[in-house]
Design a protein around this ligand. Sequence first.
Ligand SMILES: NC(=O)c1ccc[n+]([C@@H]2O[C@H](COP(=O)([O-])OP(=O)(O)OC[C@H]3O[C@@H](n4cnc5c(N)ncnc54)[C@H](O)[C@@H]3O)[C@@H](O)[C@H]2O)c1
Length: 384
Amino acid sequence: MRTVGVVMNGVTGRMGHRQHLVRSVLAINAGGGVALSGGERVLLRPVLVGRNEGKLRDLAVQHDLADWTTDLDAALADPANEIYFDAQVTSARVGAVTRAMEAGKHVYAEKPIAESLEDAITLAKAARAAGVKNGVVQDKLFLPGLRKLQRLVEGGFFGRVLSVRGEFGYWVFEGDWQEAQRPSWNYRAADGGGIVLDMFPHWHYVLENLFGPVRAVTARAVTHVPRRWDEAGTPYDATADDAAYGIFELADGLVAQINSSWTTRVFRDELVEFQVDGTEGSAVAGLRRCRVQHRSMTPKPVWNPDLPATEPFRGQWQEVPDNAEFDNGFKVQWEMFVRHVLEDAPFPHDFASGVRGVQLAEAGLRSSAEGRRVALSPIDLGDA
Ligand SMILES: NC(=O)c1ccc[n+]([C@@H]2O[C@H](COP(=O)([O-])OP(=O)(O)OC[C@H]3O[C@@H](n4cnc5c(N)ncnc54)[C@H](O)[C@@H]3O)[C@@H](O)[C@H]2O)c1
Protein backbone atom coordinates (compact mmCIF):
# COMPACT_ATOMS: atom_id res chain seq x y z
CA MET A 1 0.00 0.00 0.00
CA ARG A 2 1.33 3.36 -1.06
CA THR A 3 0.13 6.86 -0.08
CA VAL A 4 0.28 9.91 -2.33
CA GLY A 5 -0.19 13.42 -0.99
CA VAL A 6 -2.71 15.52 -2.92
CA VAL A 7 -2.78 19.28 -2.39
CA MET A 8 -6.45 20.26 -2.79
CA ASN A 9 -7.07 23.98 -3.32
CA GLY A 10 -10.61 25.37 -3.26
CA VAL A 11 -12.09 22.56 -1.16
CA THR A 12 -14.35 24.89 0.77
CA GLY A 13 -16.26 25.52 -2.47
CA ARG A 14 -19.19 23.58 -3.87
CA MET A 15 -17.29 21.41 -6.33
CA GLY A 16 -14.10 21.09 -4.35
CA HIS A 17 -15.89 19.87 -1.25
CA ARG A 18 -18.71 17.73 -2.46
CA GLN A 19 -17.53 16.18 -5.70
CA HIS A 20 -13.76 16.15 -5.34
CA LEU A 21 -13.03 15.76 -1.64
CA VAL A 22 -16.04 13.74 -0.42
CA ARG A 23 -17.27 11.82 -3.46
CA SER A 24 -13.86 11.28 -5.06
CA VAL A 25 -10.77 11.38 -2.83
CA LEU A 26 -12.37 10.24 0.42
CA ALA A 27 -14.59 7.73 -1.38
CA ILE A 28 -11.51 6.28 -3.11
CA ASN A 29 -9.78 5.83 0.24
CA ALA A 30 -12.92 4.32 1.79
CA GLY A 31 -12.95 1.79 -1.04
CA GLY A 32 -9.34 0.76 -0.36
CA GLY A 33 -7.53 3.15 -2.69
CA VAL A 34 -6.82 3.32 -6.42
CA ALA A 35 -5.99 -0.11 -7.86
CA LEU A 36 -2.90 -0.09 -10.07
CA SER A 37 -2.35 -2.62 -12.84
CA GLY A 38 0.15 -4.64 -10.81
CA GLY A 39 -2.36 -5.13 -7.98
CA GLU A 40 -0.86 -2.40 -5.79
CA ARG A 41 -3.27 -0.01 -4.05
CA VAL A 42 -2.73 3.72 -3.61
CA LEU A 43 -4.32 5.81 -0.90
CA LEU A 44 -4.65 9.57 -1.31
CA ARG A 45 -3.68 11.91 1.52
CA PRO A 46 -5.56 15.19 0.97
CA VAL A 47 -3.91 18.41 2.12
CA LEU A 48 -6.66 21.01 2.27
CA VAL A 49 -5.61 24.46 1.05
CA GLY A 50 -7.65 27.65 1.08
CA ARG A 51 -7.80 31.26 2.21
CA ASN A 52 -9.93 30.90 5.32
CA GLU A 53 -8.39 29.18 8.36
CA GLY A 54 -11.67 28.67 10.17
CA LYS A 55 -13.40 27.04 7.22
CA LEU A 56 -10.44 24.74 6.56
CA ARG A 57 -10.21 23.69 10.19
CA ASP A 58 -13.94 22.93 10.30
CA LEU A 59 -13.69 20.90 7.12
CA ALA A 60 -10.69 18.97 8.42
CA VAL A 61 -12.53 18.19 11.67
CA GLN A 62 -15.69 17.21 9.80
CA HIS A 63 -13.78 14.64 7.74
CA ASP A 64 -11.19 13.71 10.35
CA LEU A 65 -8.28 15.00 8.26
CA ALA A 66 -4.96 16.07 9.70
CA ASP A 67 -3.53 18.25 6.95
CA TRP A 68 -4.72 21.72 6.10
CA THR A 69 -3.02 25.04 5.50
CA THR A 70 -3.55 28.54 4.13
CA ASP A 71 0.03 28.49 2.82
CA LEU A 72 -0.04 27.02 -0.67
CA ASP A 73 3.73 27.27 -1.19
CA ALA A 74 4.39 25.32 2.02
CA ALA A 75 2.07 22.54 0.83
CA LEU A 76 3.80 22.52 -2.55
CA ALA A 77 7.24 22.38 -0.93
CA ASP A 78 6.53 18.97 0.61
CA PRO A 79 7.89 16.28 -1.75
CA ALA A 80 5.32 13.76 -0.43
CA ASN A 81 2.64 15.84 -2.16
CA GLU A 82 2.95 14.68 -5.74
CA ILE A 83 -0.35 16.01 -7.10
CA TYR A 84 -1.89 19.48 -7.03
CA PHE A 85 -5.64 19.80 -7.58
CA ASP A 86 -7.45 23.09 -8.21
CA ALA A 87 -11.18 23.74 -7.75
CA GLN A 88 -10.88 27.42 -6.93
CA VAL A 89 -12.92 30.09 -8.66
CA THR A 90 -11.83 30.12 -12.29
CA SER A 91 -10.04 33.48 -12.02
CA ALA A 92 -7.63 32.08 -9.40
CA ARG A 93 -6.71 28.94 -11.36
CA VAL A 94 -3.84 29.92 -13.67
CA GLY A 95 -1.70 31.50 -10.95
CA ALA A 96 -2.01 28.59 -8.53
CA VAL A 97 -1.59 25.85 -11.14
CA THR A 98 1.50 27.62 -12.47
CA ARG A 99 3.02 27.71 -8.97
CA ALA A 100 2.29 24.00 -8.56
CA MET A 101 3.98 23.17 -11.86
CA GLU A 102 6.98 25.28 -10.91
CA ALA A 103 7.21 23.14 -7.78
CA GLY A 104 7.26 20.05 -10.02
CA LYS A 105 3.78 18.78 -9.13
CA HIS A 106 1.46 16.89 -11.45
CA VAL A 107 -1.62 19.06 -11.89
CA TYR A 108 -5.32 18.31 -12.15
CA ALA A 109 -7.83 21.14 -12.42
CA GLU A 110 -11.51 21.95 -12.70
CA LYS A 111 -12.73 23.38 -15.97
CA PRO A 112 -12.24 25.86 -17.51
CA ILE A 113 -8.46 25.73 -17.10
CA ALA A 114 -8.26 29.50 -17.67
CA GLU A 115 -10.45 32.51 -18.39
CA SER A 116 -8.83 33.29 -21.75
CA LEU A 117 -7.43 31.21 -24.61
CA GLU A 118 -4.09 32.96 -24.30
CA ASP A 119 -3.77 31.97 -20.64
CA ALA A 120 -4.94 28.42 -21.35
CA ILE A 121 -2.28 27.99 -24.06
CA THR A 122 0.40 29.41 -21.75
CA LEU A 123 -0.65 26.95 -19.05
CA ALA A 124 -0.64 23.94 -21.39
CA LYS A 125 2.76 24.90 -22.80
CA ALA A 126 4.15 25.34 -19.29
CA ALA A 127 2.88 21.87 -18.35
CA ARG A 128 4.65 20.38 -21.36
CA ALA A 129 7.84 22.28 -20.63
CA ALA A 130 7.78 21.16 -16.99
CA GLY A 131 7.14 17.57 -18.06
CA VAL A 132 4.35 17.17 -15.49
CA LYS A 133 1.20 15.11 -15.96
CA ASN A 134 -1.80 17.39 -16.41
CA GLY A 135 -5.54 16.92 -16.51
CA VAL A 136 -8.82 18.78 -16.60
CA VAL A 137 -12.14 17.65 -15.13
CA GLN A 138 -14.48 16.42 -17.89
CA ASP A 139 -17.05 14.79 -15.65
CA LYS A 140 -20.04 14.80 -18.01
CA LEU A 141 -18.40 12.09 -20.12
CA PHE A 142 -18.70 9.72 -17.18
CA LEU A 143 -22.40 10.27 -16.51
CA PRO A 144 -24.51 7.14 -17.02
CA GLY A 145 -26.69 8.85 -19.65
CA LEU A 146 -23.70 9.96 -21.70
CA ARG A 147 -21.88 6.66 -21.28
CA LYS A 148 -24.93 4.92 -22.74
CA LEU A 149 -25.02 7.47 -25.56
CA GLN A 150 -21.35 6.81 -26.26
CA ARG A 151 -22.07 3.09 -26.35
CA LEU A 152 -24.76 3.72 -28.99
CA VAL A 153 -22.34 5.79 -31.09
CA GLU A 154 -19.62 3.14 -30.86
CA GLY A 155 -22.11 0.37 -31.66
CA GLY A 156 -23.18 2.14 -34.85
CA PHE A 157 -26.78 2.59 -33.69
CA PHE A 158 -27.28 5.98 -35.36
CA GLY A 159 -26.04 5.31 -38.87
CA ARG A 160 -24.91 8.77 -39.95
CA VAL A 161 -25.43 11.29 -37.17
CA LEU A 162 -27.26 14.30 -38.54
CA SER A 163 -27.75 16.57 -35.59
CA VAL A 164 -27.55 16.98 -31.84
CA ARG A 165 -29.90 19.18 -29.84
CA GLY A 166 -29.03 19.93 -26.23
CA GLU A 167 -31.06 21.64 -23.54
CA PHE A 168 -29.28 22.57 -20.35
CA GLY A 169 -30.61 24.74 -17.62
CA TYR A 170 -32.84 25.58 -14.72
CA TRP A 171 -33.93 28.67 -12.85
CA VAL A 172 -31.21 30.12 -10.61
CA PHE A 173 -32.94 32.28 -8.08
CA GLU A 174 -32.04 35.96 -8.08
CA GLY A 175 -31.27 35.87 -4.36
CA ASP A 176 -33.75 38.42 -3.06
CA TRP A 177 -36.82 36.48 -1.91
CA GLN A 178 -35.17 33.06 -2.22
CA GLU A 179 -31.42 32.42 -1.89
CA ALA A 180 -29.54 31.81 -5.13
CA GLN A 181 -28.39 28.20 -5.46
CA ARG A 182 -25.14 29.11 -7.26
CA PRO A 183 -22.26 31.36 -6.07
CA SER A 184 -22.60 35.03 -7.04
CA TRP A 185 -19.23 35.21 -8.85
CA ASN A 186 -20.87 33.21 -11.64
CA TYR A 187 -22.94 36.29 -12.53
CA ARG A 188 -20.10 38.86 -12.54
CA ALA A 189 -17.96 39.04 -15.69
CA ALA A 190 -15.04 40.60 -13.84
CA ASP A 191 -14.89 37.60 -11.48
CA GLY A 192 -14.73 34.97 -14.23
CA GLY A 193 -18.48 34.33 -14.36
CA GLY A 194 -20.79 33.74 -17.30
CA ILE A 195 -22.58 30.69 -18.65
CA VAL A 196 -20.50 30.55 -21.85
CA LEU A 197 -17.21 30.24 -19.98
CA ASP A 198 -18.87 27.80 -17.58
CA MET A 199 -20.72 25.51 -19.99
CA PHE A 200 -19.08 25.73 -23.44
CA PRO A 201 -15.98 23.86 -22.18
CA HIS A 202 -18.35 21.03 -21.16
CA TRP A 203 -20.11 21.07 -24.55
CA HIS A 204 -16.73 21.06 -26.21
CA TYR A 205 -15.47 17.80 -24.71
CA VAL A 206 -18.89 16.14 -24.95
CA LEU A 207 -19.14 16.93 -28.67
CA GLU A 208 -15.49 16.18 -29.40
CA ASN A 209 -15.46 12.82 -27.63
CA LEU A 210 -18.82 11.59 -28.93
CA PHE A 211 -19.10 13.14 -32.37
CA GLY A 212 -15.77 14.71 -33.37
CA PRO A 213 -14.02 18.08 -33.33
CA VAL A 214 -16.01 21.32 -33.40
CA ARG A 215 -15.19 23.36 -36.51
CA ALA A 216 -17.23 26.54 -35.98
CA VAL A 217 -19.61 28.22 -33.57
CA THR A 218 -22.39 30.74 -33.84
CA ALA A 219 -23.68 31.90 -30.48
CA ARG A 220 -25.78 34.53 -28.80
CA ALA A 221 -24.93 35.14 -25.17
CA VAL A 222 -27.27 37.32 -23.14
CA THR A 223 -27.84 38.57 -19.63
CA HIS A 224 -31.56 38.08 -19.13
CA VAL A 225 -31.55 38.94 -15.40
CA PRO A 226 -29.32 41.99 -14.85
CA ARG A 227 -29.78 42.38 -11.09
CA ARG A 228 -29.13 39.72 -8.47
CA TRP A 229 -28.49 39.47 -4.72
CA ASP A 230 -25.26 37.96 -3.38
CA GLU A 231 -24.51 35.60 -0.46
CA ALA A 232 -24.80 38.52 2.01
CA GLY A 233 -28.14 39.62 0.56
CA THR A 234 -26.59 42.68 -1.10
CA PRO A 235 -27.88 43.58 -4.58
CA TYR A 236 -25.34 43.65 -7.43
CA ASP A 237 -25.26 44.15 -11.18
CA ALA A 238 -25.17 40.79 -12.96
CA THR A 239 -22.68 41.64 -15.70
CA ALA A 240 -22.06 38.12 -17.00
CA ASP A 241 -24.15 36.18 -19.51
CA ASP A 242 -26.78 33.94 -17.89
CA ALA A 243 -28.04 32.28 -21.08
CA ALA A 244 -26.38 31.27 -24.33
CA TYR A 245 -27.92 29.95 -27.52
CA GLY A 246 -25.28 28.15 -29.55
CA ILE A 247 -24.89 26.38 -32.88
CA PHE A 248 -21.82 24.18 -33.21
CA GLU A 249 -20.66 22.82 -36.57
CA LEU A 250 -18.82 19.51 -36.73
CA ALA A 251 -17.45 17.45 -39.62
CA ASP A 252 -19.72 15.99 -42.34
CA GLY A 253 -22.44 18.57 -41.88
CA LEU A 254 -23.25 17.48 -38.32
CA VAL A 255 -24.89 20.38 -36.51
CA ALA A 256 -25.21 20.57 -32.72
CA GLN A 257 -27.46 23.17 -31.24
CA ILE A 258 -27.27 23.66 -27.49
CA ASN A 259 -29.17 26.04 -25.25
CA SER A 260 -27.59 26.82 -21.90
CA SER A 261 -29.60 28.82 -19.41
CA TRP A 262 -29.81 29.76 -15.75
CA THR A 263 -33.00 31.61 -16.58
CA THR A 264 -35.33 28.87 -17.71
CA ARG A 265 -37.77 26.63 -15.88
CA VAL A 266 -37.47 22.89 -16.30
CA PHE A 267 -40.06 20.99 -18.32
CA ARG A 268 -37.78 18.06 -19.06
CA ASP A 269 -36.91 14.82 -17.32
CA GLU A 270 -33.35 15.90 -16.44
CA LEU A 271 -31.38 19.15 -16.07
CA VAL A 272 -29.52 18.44 -19.28
CA GLU A 273 -30.78 16.41 -22.21
CA PHE A 274 -29.32 15.74 -25.64
CA GLN A 275 -31.34 14.48 -28.58
CA VAL A 276 -29.25 12.84 -31.27
CA ASP A 277 -30.86 12.19 -34.64
CA GLY A 278 -29.24 9.78 -37.06
CA THR A 279 -30.28 8.12 -40.30
CA GLU A 280 -30.84 4.77 -38.54
CA GLY A 281 -32.21 5.95 -35.22
CA SER A 282 -32.45 8.65 -32.57
CA ALA A 283 -31.62 8.87 -28.88
CA VAL A 284 -32.39 11.19 -26.01
CA ALA A 285 -29.79 11.09 -23.25
CA GLY A 286 -29.84 12.86 -19.92
CA LEU A 287 -27.59 12.65 -16.88
CA ARG A 288 -28.72 9.13 -16.09
CA ARG A 289 -31.23 7.88 -18.63
CA CYS A 290 -30.98 7.25 -22.33
CA ARG A 291 -33.88 6.35 -24.59
CA VAL A 292 -33.86 5.37 -28.24
CA GLN A 293 -36.12 5.07 -31.24
CA HIS A 294 -34.94 2.94 -34.15
CA ARG A 295 -36.00 3.80 -37.72
CA SER A 296 -38.12 0.64 -37.80
CA MET A 297 -40.09 1.94 -34.82
CA THR A 298 -40.51 5.50 -36.07
CA PRO A 299 -44.14 6.66 -36.25
CA LYS A 300 -45.46 8.64 -39.21
CA PRO A 301 -47.29 11.61 -37.72
CA VAL A 302 -49.30 13.81 -40.06
CA TRP A 303 -49.54 17.51 -39.29
CA ASN A 304 -53.12 18.38 -38.40
CA PRO A 305 -53.62 21.16 -35.87
CA ASP A 306 -57.38 20.62 -35.94
CA LEU A 307 -57.07 17.38 -33.95
CA PRO A 308 -55.50 16.67 -30.55
CA ALA A 309 -52.21 14.69 -30.71
CA THR A 310 -53.07 11.20 -31.85
CA GLU A 311 -49.94 9.41 -30.70
CA PRO A 312 -48.21 9.01 -27.34
CA PHE A 313 -44.86 10.22 -28.74
CA ARG A 314 -42.85 9.81 -25.53
CA GLY A 315 -44.16 6.29 -25.09
CA GLN A 316 -42.68 5.28 -28.44
CA TRP A 317 -39.09 5.26 -27.13
CA GLN A 318 -37.19 2.39 -25.50
CA GLU A 319 -34.99 2.64 -22.43
CA VAL A 320 -31.32 1.75 -22.97
CA PRO A 321 -30.30 -0.72 -20.22
CA ASP A 322 -27.41 0.11 -17.88
CA ASN A 323 -25.53 -3.16 -18.56
CA ALA A 324 -22.81 -1.83 -16.24
CA GLU A 325 -22.36 -0.21 -12.87
CA PHE A 326 -21.80 3.51 -13.10
CA ASP A 327 -19.67 4.97 -10.33
CA ASN A 328 -19.52 8.72 -9.58
CA GLY A 329 -18.03 10.34 -12.69
CA PHE A 330 -15.68 12.65 -10.79
CA LYS A 331 -14.34 9.64 -8.86
CA VAL A 332 -13.81 7.58 -12.00
CA GLN A 333 -11.81 10.41 -13.54
CA TRP A 334 -9.74 10.88 -10.35
CA GLU A 335 -8.81 7.20 -10.44
CA MET A 336 -7.82 7.54 -14.09
CA PHE A 337 -5.66 10.58 -13.32
CA VAL A 338 -3.89 8.86 -10.42
CA ARG A 339 -3.12 5.87 -12.66
CA HIS A 340 -1.91 8.28 -15.32
CA VAL A 341 0.49 9.88 -12.82
CA LEU A 342 1.74 6.68 -11.23
CA GLU A 343 1.87 4.21 -14.10
CA ASP A 344 1.43 6.37 -17.21
CA ALA A 345 -2.04 4.99 -17.97
CA PRO A 346 -3.78 6.81 -20.83
CA PHE A 347 -5.54 10.04 -19.92
CA PRO A 348 -6.93 11.98 -22.87
CA HIS A 349 -8.41 14.72 -20.67
CA ASP A 350 -5.22 16.78 -20.63
CA PHE A 351 -4.60 20.52 -20.68
CA ALA A 352 -4.48 20.43 -24.48
CA SER A 353 -8.13 19.37 -24.49
CA GLY A 354 -8.81 21.97 -21.79
CA VAL A 355 -7.34 24.59 -24.14
CA ARG A 356 -9.80 23.59 -26.87
CA GLY A 357 -12.66 23.99 -24.38
CA VAL A 358 -11.59 27.53 -23.56
CA GLN A 359 -11.11 28.21 -27.27
CA LEU A 360 -14.74 27.28 -27.89
CA ALA A 361 -15.93 29.49 -25.02
CA GLU A 362 -13.91 32.45 -26.26
CA ALA A 363 -15.08 31.90 -29.85
CA GLY A 364 -18.68 31.70 -28.61
CA LEU A 365 -18.36 35.02 -26.83
CA ARG A 366 -16.73 36.60 -29.89
CA SER A 367 -19.48 35.23 -32.13
CA SER A 368 -22.07 36.80 -29.87
CA ALA A 369 -20.30 40.15 -29.55
CA GLU A 370 -19.64 40.46 -33.29
CA GLY A 371 -22.86 38.86 -34.50
CA ARG A 372 -21.14 36.32 -36.73
CA ARG A 373 -20.05 32.69 -37.15
CA VAL A 374 -16.54 32.02 -35.83
CA ALA A 375 -14.43 29.20 -37.28
CA LEU A 376 -12.07 27.34 -34.95
CA SER A 377 -8.56 26.59 -36.11
CA PRO A 378 -6.35 23.87 -34.64
CA ILE A 379 -4.06 25.05 -31.86
CA ASP A 380 -0.38 24.25 -32.01
CA LEU A 381 1.09 23.74 -28.55
CA GLY A 382 4.51 22.84 -29.93
CA ASP A 383 6.30 19.59 -29.27
CA ALA A 384 5.87 17.84 -25.95
N1 LIG B 1 -17.22 20.14 -13.45
C1 LIG B 1 -18.35 20.74 -13.15
O1 LIG B 1 -19.42 20.24 -13.43
C2 LIG B 1 -18.34 22.08 -12.49
C3 LIG B 1 -19.52 22.59 -11.94
C4 LIG B 1 -19.48 23.81 -11.29
C5 LIG B 1 -18.30 24.53 -11.22
N2 LIG B 1 -17.17 24.02 -11.78
C6 LIG B 1 -15.90 24.77 -11.72
O2 LIG B 1 -15.38 24.63 -10.42
C7 LIG B 1 -14.76 25.84 -9.98
C8 LIG B 1 -15.35 26.23 -8.62
O3 LIG B 1 -16.74 26.43 -8.76
P1 LIG B 1 -17.73 26.32 -7.48
O4 LIG B 1 -19.08 26.36 -8.04
O5 LIG B 1 -17.29 25.22 -6.62
O6 LIG B 1 -17.43 27.73 -6.78
P2 LIG B 1 -17.45 28.10 -5.23
O7 LIG B 1 -17.61 29.58 -5.19
O8 LIG B 1 -18.42 27.27 -4.49
O9 LIG B 1 -16.00 27.71 -4.71
C9 LIG B 1 -14.87 28.45 -5.07
C10 LIG B 1 -13.67 28.08 -4.23
O10 LIG B 1 -12.57 28.93 -4.61
C11 LIG B 1 -12.06 29.60 -3.47
N3 LIG B 1 -11.49 30.88 -3.88
C12 LIG B 1 -10.18 31.10 -4.11
N4 LIG B 1 -9.97 32.36 -4.49
C13 LIG B 1 -11.14 32.97 -4.48
C14 LIG B 1 -11.57 34.30 -4.79
N5 LIG B 1 -10.70 35.25 -5.17
N6 LIG B 1 -12.88 34.57 -4.68
C15 LIG B 1 -13.77 33.63 -4.29
N7 LIG B 1 -13.43 32.34 -4.01
C16 LIG B 1 -12.13 32.03 -4.10
C17 LIG B 1 -13.21 29.66 -2.50
O11 LIG B 1 -12.77 29.82 -1.19
C18 LIG B 1 -13.88 28.29 -2.73
O12 LIG B 1 -13.17 27.29 -2.02
C19 LIG B 1 -15.00 26.84 -11.09
O13 LIG B 1 -13.83 26.98 -11.88
C20 LIG B 1 -16.10 26.24 -11.94
O14 LIG B 1 -15.97 26.56 -13.32
C21 LIG B 1 -17.17 22.82 -12.39
